[in-house]
Write a protein of this length. Structure first.
Length: 499
């Protein structure tokens, strides 16, 4: 009965006209961003953070969440129609989805993606409802030592699941931690790493840094590798699935939903890892294996279900523990901080309207996305014809206005510009920026809990191993680190990311 009353409270929040409107805007923007190659939810949410200042916390977070899972839907459209994934999690969908489109079954592929995503999103939201309260209750028993160990585990896991060189991923974590330490020391009041610049006394602005690294940097990368976007399918018909189609997609949707729901909780895993794993599983067990790569409908159903389930269950550690599992969740944590809300287990008790309103909004958001994606296919196809030379200057102008509006300071615009250059340079050197953002977000909290624990223990470091929970988390972090550094695991990891 408690869960029912909580859901009724969430419904009262989510179904307010303004929250429904912002949820719709988020879903619409997310779909559009997923369709347009070269943007993505991380860059978009980073650009839109300044707008959330003037919104109610519930409206702001419902809109940002809609952008995230809406992009998972939209990314499949271009993957299927023109073999160009709008989102990294839709890369696998392009393999067989585009082949289906070439065979005249684009409508069936898009309908499969939409239905699989809707089912997976609904199931993942149920899991969020079931898992969130007990996790938050356990997290309320966390002290500074336990929080420190949990954040260490989160950082180690994000390194383990980052693509590319492990050494570079570690370097990005350290760089992010250093950036998080810029500003005035909370304990002593002494400035650190400000180099005589008064604007840095409050630290680096999170919005400006994230907009530079993910927003402007992504635009620079796309301008460097500009390509013509020719629309392969201008008209889509045949959205109705046959009885045989339904028979073939039932199992893949269920397996993809299950796999994505569990992998989405992992730090750094989320939607992309889920879609790859679901495709690999179906390719191994499907009776229609010879069709894979030639237009197998199972190869569209499984990854699309998995990436949407993974996107929604990635909210679990963020909402219950305040630990972001991926760059988008890190931006969501930043949005909560901007609204004056302290991320963590107290959110469920101190901000129940926000917590349950966000969860219920995911159901309504998934329904909106089905309505948006199938009837408006023609609109999304037309969007692909927008010239880059018109799209990107408008986005850069919007970013500059957003960065300036944070503190009415030109300095934040310079910070954004500087970090766009840093982000572009790092991408050229094959450094993944996601661990940097996680380190930047978690760094201050990691330091704060480390110092609190040491103060409580009067300088005795054994406080981190005296607590069974803290010790368990550190042991898991060591096991994960040991597995990743193992030559055999490292070799298989490289092969998986290469594939």
């Amino acid at each position: 009965m408690d869960i029912l009353s909580d859901l009724l409270l969430g419904a009262a929040t989510a179904f307010q006209p303004m929250n429904l409107l912002y949820g719709f805007i988020g879903c619409l923007l997310g779909t559009a961003i997923g369709v347009l190659p070269g943007l993505g939810p991380t860059a978009t949410i980073a650009m839109l953070l300044p707008i959330t200042f003037g919104l109610q916390p519930e409206s702001a977070l419902i809109m940002l969440a809609g952008i995230f899972y809406g992009a998972q839907y939209g990314g499949s459209t271009t993957a299927i129609l023109i073999n160009l994934p709008g989102e990294s999690s839709s890369v696998v969908t392009a393999i067989d989805g585009y082949q289906m489109a070439r065979r005249g079954r684009a409508g069936a592929a898009l309908a499969t993606a939409a239905l699989g995503s809707f089912f997976a999103g609904s199931v993942a939201t149920v899991l969020l409802v079931i898992a969130a309260p007990p996790l938050a209750a356990v997290a309320l028993k966390f002290g500074p030592a336990e929080y420190f160990s949990l954040m260490v585990l989160g950082l180690v896991a994000s390194v383990a699941l980052a693509s590319g060189s492990l050494l570079k991923a570690f370097a990005m974590i350290v760089f992010g931690l250093l950036l998080g330490s810029v500003g005035t020391d909370v304990e002593s009041g002494m400035p650190r790493y400000i180099f005589g610049i008064p604007e840095l006394y409050d630290g680096l602005n999170f919005v400006a840094v994230s907009m530079g690294i993910f927003g402007i940097c992504e635009i620079l990368r796309n301008l460097e590798n500009e390509h013509e976007r020719s629309v392969g399918v201008k008209k889509v018909s045949g959205l109705m699935l046959t009885r045989d189609d339904f028979r073939r997609i039932r199992g893949p949707i269920l397996r993809g939903t299950t796999l994505g729901s569990f992998l989405g909780v992992l730090p750094g895993g989320g939607a992309m890892l889920s879609s790859f794993a679901a495709y690999a599983l179906e390719k191994r067990i499907s009776p229609n294996r010879p069709e894979f790569g030639k237009g197998a409908i199972e190869a569209v159903a499984a990854p699309e279900s998995a990436n949407n389930a993974g996107a929604q269950t990635s909210f679990i550690p963020m909402l219950t523990l305040g630990i972001p599992g991926n760059p988008v969740m890190a931006l969501m944590v930043g949005a909560m901080i901007i609204q004056g809300i302290t991320p963590g287990p107290n959110v469920i008790s101190e901000e129940p309207d926000l917590f349950w309103g966000m969860i219920v909004s995911m159901w309504s958001g998934n329904l909106m996305l089905v309505i948006l994606n199938l009837p408006l296919i023609g609109l999304w196809v037309r969007m692909l014809t927008i010239p880059y030379h018109l799209l990107f200057p408008a986005i850069i102008g919007f970013c500059c206005i957003g960065a300036y509006s944070i503190n009415n300071s030109v300095f934040d615009v310079f910070i954004m510009a500087g970090f766009s250059v840093i982000g572009f340079t790092l991408s050229k050197l094959r450094f993944e920026p996601a661990p940097l953002l996680l380190g930047f977000i978690l760094g201050p909290m990691l330091e704060e809990n480390l110092r609190r624990a040491m103060l409580i223990s009067q300088g005795d470091p054994t406080i981190f191993v005296r607590s069974p929970l803290s010790l368990s988390l550190l042991i898991v972090a060591l096991i994960v680190l040991g597995m990743v550094l193992s030559p055999s695991i490292s070799r298989k990891r490289d092969e998986a990311f290469t594939e």
